[in-house]
Design a protein around this ligand. Structure first.
Ligand SMILES: NC(=O)c1ccc[n+]([C@@H]2O[C@H](COP(=O)([O-])OP(=O)(O)OC[C@H]3O[C@@H](n4cnc5c(N)ncnc54)[C@H](OP(=O)(O)O)[C@@H]3O)[C@@H](O)[C@H]2O)c1
Length: 255
């Protein structure tokens, strides 16, 4: 595996404007990939991701699309193909969470979370897969969550829709790995608690409790997830598909 092992590849990272997605964009660009940075509303942050990629000596561009819409997703893929060629590395990272009390969750909120986190993953994989199958080469990483493996004991009453959406993403990616192999490798990454806008509103007490329950004794960083995602997209991971890879500092351990 060389420094620029993804040179010549076109990568799309959904939700690349901030947090984990931004770190993944930068990591893939450092490995030589040309990176399409997707965002939905925060154009300035997407531009900042691109500026940082360029400062690192990498290349890419920004593409607006709400991945919960098949039409917008399709148009984004068309624009990337026109600008740079087909996507051969896909990271479905765009996601939303709600930490309001789920007991009285409005139906609209349930639908919105499922449509961004699950339908958005489906739309991107579905749009990417035909070309990947035709070329006999494609690599996909879906960003799930530890909440997709087991319900949160700390915030279970607030993460029903989110945890359900992430469980479904794990199931979807496993099924795709079986259906689309050997041409396409599909893996899931299940992050634990990572310092981003998504976790920023957490109380100091809760944060401390999580840190004390985590063998690594810290929150994760977006770079922790970016390194694992890059590895799964690289040639070095050629025998790894259909798996869910937990990066939680040991907060969650699988049998
Ligand atoms: N942070 C954690 O502790 C944690 C733990 C486990 C899993 N995850 C998962 O990791 C992923 C990234 O999380 P994060 O913490 O980096 O979140 P974040 O900082 O809140 O960033 C979310 C990203 O998703 C984009 N996005 C949201 N809705 C979208 C849509 N409909 N279409 C396209 N893009 C959309 C946002 O774009 P704009 O900038 O345009 O709004 C932004 O780039 C999510 O799937 C999340 O569920 C996070």
């Amino acid at each position: 595996m060389t420094e620029r092992d993804l040179a010549g590849r076109v990568a799309l990272v959904t939700g690349g404007s901030r947090g984990i997605g931004r770190a993944i964009c930068r990591r893939l660009a450092r490995a030589g990939a040309w990176v399409a940075i997707n965002y939905t509303s925060d154009e300035e942050s997407a531009g900042e991701t691109l500026a940082r990629i360029r400062a690192d000596g990498g290349e890419g561009d920004v593409y607006r699309a709400d991945v919960s819409s098949m039409e917008e997703t399709d148009a984004m893929f068309g624009a990337i193909e026109g600008d740079r060629g087909p996507v051969d590395l896909l990271v479905t990272n765009a996601g939303i969470a709600s930490f309001q009390d789920d007991i009285d969750m409005p139906v609209d909120l349930w639908r919105r979370i499922l449509s961004v986190n699950l339908d958005g993953t489906f739309h991107c994989v579905w749009r990417a897969k035909a070309g990947m199958l035709a070329r006999g080469d494609g690599r996909i990483v879906c960003i799930a969550s530890i909440n997709g493996l087991a319900p949160s004991r700390i915030r279970a009453d607030r993460l029903i829709a989110y945890g359900t959406s992430k469980s479904a993403v794990i199931g979807f990616s496993r099924n795709c790995a079986i259906a689309f192999g050997p041409a396409i490798r599909v893996n899931c990454v299940a992050p634990g608690l990572i310092d981003t806008d998504m976790t920023r509103d957490m109380s100091d007490d809760l944060r401390q409790h999580i840190i004390e329950s985590t063998p690594a004794r810290r929150f994760g960083t977006p770079d922790d997830i970016a390194e694992l995602t890059w590895f799964l997209l690289s040639d070095a991971a050629g025998f790894i598909t259909g798996q869910t890879h937990v990066a939680s500092g040991g907060l969650v351990t699988l049998p």
